[in-house]
Design a protein around this ligand. Sequence first.
Ligand code: ATP
Length: 526
Amino acid sequence: MAKQLTPQQALENIISLSKRRGFVFQSSEIYGGLNGCWDYGPLGVELLRNIKEAWWKSMTHRDDIEGLDASILMHPRVWEASGHVQNFSDPMVDCRNCKSRFRVDNLFESISIKKKRELIKWLNGQSEKINLSAINNLIGDNAINATQIVDRMVYISALLAEKNDSTFGFDFDNFVATDDSILASLLCSPEMSCPNCGNKGTFTEPRQFNLMFKTFVGPVADDSAAVYLRPETAQGIFVNFKNVMDSSRQKPPFGIAQIGKAFRNEINTKNFLFRTREFEQMEMQFFVKPGTDEEWFERWRATRMQWFADLGMQPAKLQWHKHEKLAHYARAAYDIEYQFPFGWGEIEGVHNRTDFDLKRHEEFSGKKLEYVDTATKERYTPYVIETSAGASRSFFASLCDAYTEEEAPTAEEGKTETRTVMRFHPRLAPMKTAIFPLVNKDGMPEYARKLFADIQKHFKAFYDDSGAVGRRYRRQDEIGTPFCATIDGQTLQDNTITVRERDSMVQVRISSEKFGAYLSDKLLSD
Ligand code: ATP
């Protein structure tokens, strides 16, 4: 029976196991760490590679998707065309008193419903005496215009009036806190207190903070040499759309898939691997004829949810989140969310990006990015269905999904102990098998070593000859090794070994010669 852990305990135990067993280390730990950056240890790197491999196979082992590996540094105009130079920013506020910095939307999410009521009440009172230029200053250069803000304030006031309820019967739970301008106004209220130092009315005006990391090419560090570390892999795909289509003789509908690092100077890097400054994405852009986009969007939504389920993720911990407020380029957007110990969080976005990106790159580069049918002379700019998954977030979700503590019997009759087991899907498991000689004598180590050498040619395997076999099983359970093989006295007589399965703990005896085929069957079949 799996033990019920509090979310806090579960998260702490996962983080501690990650470090203890070599899944994830803090970046530059001996120097005190670098915030928002993590290193994947010996087991972590195997798990991450297995996730990426599963994705890569599912995307590119078909005839309508091609692979790509674009460079991280790209021409700076790419990011002007994509809108990242202008729009890829988060409004932030600083506390004048304690100097803490907060992302406006996160800050709003973190405050209580009661507090939200007070703030809206304050804002409602303000709407009578709105000073448009003050509000424009408040929300920075990137603001929606002041008239829109007034509209929204009036809208909120109307909602409040409609309820005509002194306790503000406004549906705060469903209030979508995505309107930066309103949030900014709320947070600058004298009623708002800093979660860090507790002082009221100490926030600065929100300022836009671009999330792209800037660096310089060549020896001179001036703006003419500025480039960015890519904040997403997608643009590498868009700018190569024609190269790939022409060189691979594809025509829509077809896709381009890429796995690679992305960098965002995130303000709040919390929740372990969830929001980091350096991470990996697995993105696929599918180019389709306009008019067929909605159908393809639905097909890709189904395919992507199924991918997570096929990797053994608990269906109850996966859900769709529909974006009500769409990005300027999107026609439809859904996130696949996973229920992390700290709550639901996005692991993948599926978006209908229309022809926005290709059209923008046409405009900024002056090059045509169309599909032309040579036979019919039909020409069009394809629409794009994007599936954008985080490899690092999928990794974190896999850790959380696999982590189990349960009571299991010990070698001693009638006794149990807590067994920690990572129930990874065998395809994802970082170590596929471990091979043990029962004792270190009587020819068992030699036999086990030979089997290990053979198996290792095909599967990641571990050799362990220290301690009681029960302890060795536990060590493998903790890292999720699906099958352990033991060589004992009988092996030397009849060439059979005991194979023990991680989840059921059931043991079977099979011929050692068949062990490789047994593993292939179990690990590669689905
Ligand atoms: P969020 O709202 O959580 O910041 P986003 O909507 O900005 O995410 P996208 O731009 O759609 O994310 O990126 C696609 C995927 O890339 C996300 O689903 C996520 O898995 C991953 N991702 C984005 N930002 C980060 C990050 N800072 N750390 C780790 N993974 C990330």
